[in-house]
Design a binder for this molecule. Structure first.
Ligand SMILES: C=C(O[C@@H]1C=C(C(=O)O)C=C[C@H]1O)C(=O)O
Length: 187
């Protein structure tokens, strides 16, 4: 049964994803976007972390998401859109695609995370592998809290947990870079 999943406000119709190794990135952006560890664990080192659930429901992934996750055009998934907060301020928007066929057996818990971070499950044993990473740049006007005149960096990761695909897209807001640079200045 498909739930009423509002069209995603922050998925521009045409995202141009490129394999990470093909993108030249500014050093700070490269340090975060090519980090192989948990983004949740890294953010928690910079403040009080929380996940704000924007919407979650069963829906059809975009054609690109289906291709990246190796799904057929008709396969549905649990789509989860969240903000990752530090001290109640959004730092990252994230959209995850969890194919229903990936949410069976011990992986069922991934479909019921609510305000707990997917990262906790993906990076606990048996740890998920991060099998592919793509990078994009997004016009900040397209986000729920439009960042006028800002270009945002986005990362799409294909994880495999117990052999099953989970796609996670993260869009890094300027507030994160401002915060990290301010901490560096203070050192
Ligand atoms: C994959 C991770 O999980 C994070 C948690 C998310 C969620 O709870 O929806 C979404 C994006 C991720 O940054 C991570 O922490 O690395």
């Amino acid at each position: 049964m498909l739930t009423s999943f509002r069209p995603s406000p922050f998925l521009p119709s045409q995202l141009h994803w490129q394999p990470a190794q093909q993108r030249r990135l500014p050093p700070l952006v490269r340090d975060w976007l090519l980090d192989t560890g948990s983004l949740t664990a890294r953010l928690r080192r910079h403040g009080r972390f929380a996940v704000r659930l924007l919407q979650e429901g069963i829906s059809a992934p975009t054609a690109t998401e289906a291709r990246f996750a190796g799904l057929s055009a008709r396969q549905h998934a649990r789509i989860r859109e969240v903000e990752l907060l530090l001290d109640d301020q959004p730092m990252v928007y994230a959209r995850s695609v969890l194919p229903l066929t990936s949410l069976t057996g011990a992986n069922r818990v991934l479909g019921h995370m609510a305000r707990r971070s997917l990262g906790w499950e993906l990076f606990r044993l048996p740890m998920a592998s991060r099998d592919a990473v793509w990078i994009t740049e997004v016009d900040g006007e397209r986000l729920p809290h439009p960042q006028s005149g800002e270009q945002l960096w986005g990362r799409e990761s294909l994880f495999r947990k117990r052999g099953q695909p989970i796609l996670v897209a993260e869009f890094f807001l300027p507030a994160l870079w401002t915060r990290v640079l301010a901490e560096t200045d203070g050192e």
